[in-house]
Design a protein around this ligand. Structure first.
Ligand SMILES: Cc1cc2nc3c(=O)[nH]c(=O)nc-3n(C[C@H](O)[C@H](O)[C@H](O)COP(=O)(O)OP(=O)(O)OC[C@H]3O[C@@H](n4cnc5c(N)ncnc54)[C@H](O)[C@@H]3O)c2cc1C
Length: 632
């Protein structure tokens, strides 16, 4: 333990989540007094998150007990709690008992073990049996990385093929100024890389890249990756029971690759959306999409147009507004924007010390965010009774909407014109909430103007608004997002008997069983596939769960000495009928069925988000039901 004085310890504790500290302290000391303290549910204004917090009357006592404990030094870590013990601790944390599935899901998230979601063999085959077996992993983002780590630990050969120049996926591609994660770094991380020393509460892109490199190095993954190479075609060969892939490198050289299995970890936000605006090709000034930032172009003192105010556009505005002479912001749809404490702040060194020196504190700190996310799920559900009484979605959602609307007014002060333009006409959480990266403040600068009356066309020198006003620009930034409806694009994977994705998806968009498998597609698995944008819990928790599920199907196939595993058609049909039904109770299609949200495809259907509570979905994805698959 790194020795520090009492003042330092008190400063560290002053920054801590006291409920998390209490539970960690209880774990370490067994002091029953800590177990009897009461907890309150605190809902942060303007936020969907509900946090169980320690009741005020206990604060001083927990601080004293913690100071006393940490002053002793030489803290010895208590043994890892069993599931039953951890469940009791969760109960103390929240003052209520989590149900069985929620508790299992949370136990894995608490990450007491080294790798709580590791795939495993029942009877590991001899090395020789795996010699000629290989998995091709398409992509090198967070999904691909965990897939590779699982395969490596199972001793299964694999290769990563990535069209970009490095690992990182989204965070390699999106290097626009101000790019930063919008959920806490402490949950936007793998659970098996514990207590990573995050410098920021919300890591900027550069720090996320450092994290990626840390993981890649730790697991020595670089030697398995081929970069600057795109998978262009893929077809199942029935005779050889293999996938035939075709790749193209940066010089245009093509190669054919054969593999037994394909993991498509190619990302949801991989294909940029370029706005289809009249005359755009005639524009002669500088113009780029946010995924294609020209870092050589200096816009200091220039006239800039920013098209789009979703998560990316609004995050970016702060930088443009601070440097350019003039910024016109073209907004098609107002989004709900939420201020978040600590968004740009660094993690103080005292808090870092506490995380390193108070055993289990970091586990419970992360758990507090996990549970807050789980608790937000009801806000996404339609309450028919509430609606019958004139409500819009449900009591909590409507209340949050009022709060956010008031917050917009407060943020823009006497700029009533801005308040009107910035207040959305749909329910919060029916689209992704935007985090306020000084968006409101930037819009009130003298050099910034928000334009909402639409774009008529581009000219060679600028943009004409729908009202006929023509403006000249030096730079146009396209923050128009991604083609999120085009799963797996640009590869048109061809399955058994020539089945194409369009045969399955042509009617109303992309679907998959439990987001991962398709009938007619043997040995083919999707990561972060259709409807995988989870309602709660961190992205990384879910890719760990997906990778365990997929790898467990693979180990079962190998152990059965089968050469293929394939989803049953009836399972797919039944699941999707249930998905359609479930979606009727959710706010996404209800609010945005007319289109415009990236959650909704051109058929008015949500192909990104999930209708089920996460604990239920966890129950289905914790381990595969082998009866649902055909092994041959
Ligand atoms: C700007 C931005 C901010 C985000 N912020 C958050 C956030 O705060 N919190 C959150 O939970 N999520 C966020 N996301 C979502 C984010 O995409 C996921 O969290 C996660 O990074 C996705 O990882 P992935 O590996 O599944 O996909 P990606 O990171 O998209 O990786 C897929 C990789 O596959 C490669 N690829 C695709 N097709 C091919 C091909 N045919 N051949 C070869 N390579 C191919 C791509 O180049 C890419 O590198 C954000 C997304 C964006 C775009």
């Amino acid at each position: 333990m790194e020795r520090v004085n009492e003042t330092y310890i008190r400063e560290a504790i002053g920054l801590a989540n006291l409920n998390a500290l209490r539970i960690a302290l209880y774990q370490q000391t067994g002091l029953e007094e800590l177990a009897t303290m009461s907890v309150e549910i605190y809902r942060r204004e303007n936020s969907p998150l509900e946090l169980p917090v320690l009741a005020k009357q206990h604060h001083a006592r927990v601080v004293e007990l913690a100071v006393e404990y940490l002053m002793k030094g030489d803290v010895k870590k208590a043994p890892i709690p069993s599931f039953a013990q951890a469940r009791r601790l969760m109960e103390l944390f929240e003052n209520e008992s989590p149900n069985e599935l929620s508790a299992h899901y949370a136990y894995e998230d608490l990450a007491f073990e080294d790798f709580s979601r590791q795939a495993s063999w029942t009877h590991k085959p001899a090395e020789k049996a795996l010699q000629n077996f290989e998995v091709i992993v398409v992509g090198a983002g967070f999904s691909a990385i965990v897939a590779a780590i699982q395969l490596q630990s199972l001793g299964i050969n694999f290769r990563i093929i990535e069209r970009q120049a490095d690992f990182g996926g989204t965070w390699q591609l999106n290097d626009y100024p101000e790019a930063r994660v919008d959920i806490s770094s402490f949950i936007y991380q793998y659970k098996f890389v514990r207590n990573y020393p995050w410098k920021h509460y919300f890591a900027p892109r550069e720090e996320l890249k450092e994290y990626v490199n840390h993981v890649v190095k730790k697991y020595d993954l670089r030697r398995f990756a081929t970069f600057n190479t795109t998978v262009t075609d893929a077809r199942w060969n029935e005779e050889t029971s293999t996938w035939q892939l075709r790749t193209k490198d940066a010089h245009g050289n093509a190669e054919n690759i054969e593999s037994q299995v394909v993991f498509a970890a190619s990302g949801l936000f991989s294909t940029a959306r370029l706005p289809d605006i009249k005359g755009i090709e005639s524009y002669r000034g500088e113009m780029f999409h946010t995924t294609d930032w020209n870092h050589d172009y200096d816009y200091t003192g220039k006239r800039v147009a920013l098209i789009g105010t979703g998560c990316t556009g609004s995050q970016l505005l702060r930088d443009l507004a601070g440097k350019a002479a003039d910024v016109k912001v073209f907004q098609r749809t107002a989004n709900w924007v939420m201020p978040v404490p600590n968004y740009r702040n660094q993690v103080p060194e005292q808090l870092r010390w506490l995380m390193d020196n108070m055993p289990y504190y970091v586990n419970w700190y992360c758990y507090s965010m996990h549970t807050a996310q789980m608790r937000q799920q009801p806000i996404q559900e339609l309450d028919r009774e509430w609606q019958a009484q004139g409500g819009v979605i449900n009591e909590k959602n409507d209340k949050m909407r009022d709060q956010l609307a008031r917050m917009v007014q407060k943020m823009v002060g006497d700029r009533i014109d801005l308040a009107e333009k910035l207040t959305p006409d749909f329910a919060p959480l029916s689209r992704r909430l935007v985090i306020d990266n000084e968006f409101f403040a930037s819009l009130q600068r003298d050099n910034v103007e928000l334009l909402t009356n639409g774009i008529r066309e581009f000219t060679p020198t600028g943009i004409v608004s729908a009202d006929g006003t023509e403006r000249e620009f030096d730079l146009v930034v396209l923050a128009a997002g991604f083609q999120t409806e085009r799963y797996l694009h640009p590869v048109d994977y061809v399955g058994r008997d020539g089945r194409r994705l369009n045969d399955l998806w042509g009617k109303d968009g992309a679907r998959a069983y439990l987001t991962m498998t398709l009938p007619g597609y043997p040995n083919f698995f999707i990561f972060y596939g259709p409807n995988a944008a989870v309602r709660a819990g961190s992205f990384h928790s879910w890719v760990e769960i997906f990778s365990r599920y997929i790898c467990n199907l693979l180990t079962e196939m190998i152990e059965r000495k089968a050469t293929t595993v394939e989803l049953r058609e009836d399972v797919y049909e039944d699941y999707n009928a249930r998905l359609n039904d479930g979606m009727q109770d959710m706010l996404w299609e209800h609010e945005n069925g007319g289109g415009g949200s990236y959650y909704i495809n051109e058929h008015g259907r949500s192909t990104n988000t999930m209708p089920w509570r996460m604990e239920q979905f966890y129950g289905w994805t914790r381990k595969p039901d082998f009866e649902e698959f055909i092994f041959k």
